[in-house]
Design a protein around this ligand. Sequence first.
Ligand code: NAD
Length: 378
Amino acid sequence: MGSESRTLGVLKETFPGETRVALSPEVAKKFAKDAKVLIERGAGVSASFPDEEYAAAGAELVDRAAVLKNADVLMTVRPPALEDVARLKPGATLVGLLDPSRNKPLLDALAAQGVSAYAMELLPRTTRAQVMDALSSQANLAGYRAVIEAAAVYGRAMPMMTTAAGTITPARVFVMGAGVAGLQAIATARRLGAVVTATDVRPAAKEQVQSLGAKFVAVEDEEFAAAEAAGGYAKQMSAEYQAKQAALISEHIKKQDMVITTALIPGRPAPRLVTAAQVASMRPGSVLVDLAVEQGGNIEGVKADEILTTPGGVQVVGYANLPGRVAVDASTLYARNLLAFVQHLVAQTAAEGGGAEDDILKASNVVRAGAVVFASAA
Ligand code: NAD
């Protein structure tokens, strides 16, 4: 991948409902300084980036086949379809949110095609990788948008309002999972005037929740004190802990107007945090939003891309792609993450050793030189 001859490619996303694009005109301009940039016509339209803006930034607008055939580095949001992989240039590099733990057929196809691949969701959560951290950039927007979606279907106002006709009480919002998305949901709900509580299984989350002005709710026993796994991620909790936590949460949920769930454990199905009985215990008009719906959901009965209304008048919102509902900002931030990653990739591969010892590349590389190097694909 010599920098003089490097061609970068970006496709229009084809995953149903995907509105984001892997390149913004702003980032296209930066890439175009020392590389050829090919983008499929219309790729940015659903993120409000017209073709002309890419052209003005120095990118070439071409058809899909030309992107696939010529790209040395192909950048995507979602994993490409298998028929696209079969048209990629052997020796090319793919970079995107490839969902490798659930995508063995894709990884095998990439290996067979002689394409190397890097999965953006596998980047280490280190200071050096922060600028490339697509999980964080997208989760921030998802957390924000979850509260906006909840507010939009909620039949009441969120802040306390004192009017001549009397006072409206503020909404009570409970955020389950206080990682990047959850913390942004807390901040957003607080800005809208809600009274916010939150829970997490990682003890480190408690202080972060409190620093945003929310109250922390959790069973704080010995297991909780030791619950943080390597890399700052959550561990799978024991059945006993989950039962104790469920009892505490049941009492709490009954009194909430909104519940936002964001709990994930990397490479595993999302933990079930809210049962149908807990949903039924909430008052009519209450709203739940499940950010983990693409990983199976935290809320029993949640349906991807639907808003369910229970017989008791509680709404369960299951939008699968919340970052895609803030497509301009989500694409802008994701494109900047990719710019930082690809610059790092190019610099490392040009250096002595070809980046073999680089922690960022080692963690995210899933296919190399015709072989799948990611162990936990299913
Ligand atoms: P995530 O998306 O994997 O999970 C979301 C949250 O759900 C996490 O806080 C997790 O602890 C929580 N969770 C899991 N099971 C739960 C359960 N049963 N009940 C309640 N909550 C549960 O997490 P994330 O947002 O990607 O963040 C993971 C960690 O990485 C955090 O510690 C975060 O601060 C850290 N982080 C560090 C950096 C950096 O230093 N560069 C960047 C981003 C995130």
